[in-house]
Design a protein around this ligand. Structure first.
Ligand code: TXA
Ligand code: MG
Length: 352
């Protein structure tokens, strides 16, 4: 298949291009598109055959359900059995935005979209191009992140093209996304609302809207021995090709520890790298050093993390060390993704 690549500026949307992309989706084809979180790989959510194509294009296990994207609140009742009060409270504050809610699904949603589950994940993105595309496609667009299964989610179109060129009818290039980590997922089908995947919308923010909210313990605790409640969270994910180790501890001790490790590879032909911060980047002894941003600027760290993981692949780095980040606020989402990328390999830096 020849993939058509179209640039669309969110602030000056070409209606003809959106119309064409909407037609592709209505006809059962696939279109990758930007959202404020990461790029999505879109298909018609109510068409079984489209969902099957999404799984094939991503190489994704078919028990891993897709998120259905809508552009207006009225669309929600078409795909869910009931809308709990908490959903209205949360939607009022955080939709449109980087938040996904899980509901009991209605018969309109095929099992091919929900990975066989009776529940459906729904998100209303704020990105203007995404919203225009959803409208043009008839209102319901299923979209996982637009990466090959297992790779970091794409935050720029270049990596969508790298993973999906030739597998989809169209890729919309909307430049770099603004958030860089996938949406927060909250399950509203249990007794209490529960966060299944941390993201930009934090537990505290959700509690402000809807009272007490639980967190799936597997999100932060890698050793609980329990299966995560979002099927996709159990798969190895985001992993760079090189071996990634996170080093935790006092900032000074972390720099010392990583430098000691780097020294072991000096004079070998193994290529090393470091995920550093602006404050520390100049202090590492060698290898490919990449800063994710300033330590205090968590939003920048979130925005840059996936791109940097991909760049280590481009640079063929074999052994990577990462600094760690406080697991609060957005930091919880950053560490959740970093831990998955590292296959939960984390060590404590000790003061020499
Ligand atoms: O920000 C995002 O959410 C992006 C953009 C494109 O919207 N999408 C995204 O989709 O990250 P994906 O497919 O890469 O991740 C969806 C996650 C998976 O972990 C999946 O298992 C979980 O959502 N999920 C989907 N439906 C679910 C359901 N009914 N119950 C539990 N988990 C569900
Ligand atoms: Mg994904």
């Amino acid at each position: 298949m020849k993939t058509k690549i179209v640039k669309i500026d969110e602030n000056n949307i070409d209606p003809e291009a959106i119309k064409e992309a909407g037609e592709v989706l209505k006809n059962g084809g696939l279109v990758a598109f930007p959202t404020e979180t990461v790029y999505g790989l879109g298909g018609d959510a109510l068409n079984e055959a489209s969902s099957a194509k999404i799984y094939a294009a991503k190489g994704r296990p078919s028990d891993n359900p897709l998120i259905v994207h809508i552009s207006k609140m009225e669309s929600l009742s078409g795909i869910v059995k009931e809308i709990p009060k908490a959903a209205y409270l949360i939607a009022e504050k955080y939709w449109p935005g980087p938040l996904t809610m899980i509901f009991h699904k209605s018969d309109a949603v095929p099992y091919a979209t929900t990975g066989g589950l009776e529940t459906v994940a729904v998100r209303m993105p704020s990105h203007k191009t995404a919203r225009a595309l959803i409208d043009a496609a008839g209102g319901y667009v299923a979209a996982p992140s637009a990466n090959r299964s297992g790779r970091p989610s794409p935050t720029v179109a270049r990596y969508v093209i790298e993973d999906l060129d030739g597998q989809v009818e169209m890729i919309i290039d909307g430049g770099e996304v603004s958030i860089g980590l996938e949406s927060t997922i909250i399950d509203l089908t249990g007794e209490h609302p529960m966060i299944l995947r941390p993201g930009y919308i934090t537990q505290a923010m959700l509690e402000e809207a809807a009272g007490e909210i639980e967190v799936d313990s597997t999100i932060i605790d890698s050793n609980s021995g329990q299966a995560p409640k979002a099927p996709g969270m159990k798969y190895r994910h985001y992993a760079p090709k090189g071996e990634l180790t996170i080093v935790e501890g006092e900032p000074e001790a972390v720099v010392d520890h990583i430098n000691k490790e780097l020294t072991k590879f000096l004079g070998t032909d193994i290529k090393t790298g470091v995920i550093a911060t602006d404050e520390t980047a100049a202090r590492y002894l060698g290898g490919v050093i990449k800063s994710v941003g300033r330590r205090e600027d968590e939003e920048a760290i979130a925005r840059h993390l996936f791109r940097i993981l991909r760049e280590f692949d481009d640079d063929e780095v074999q052994v990577i060390f990462a600094e760690s980040f406080p697991r609060e606020g957005i930091g919880q989402a950053i560490m959740n993704r970093l831990l998955k990328a590292a296959g939960h390999r984390i060590v404590q830096a000790k003061r020499a």
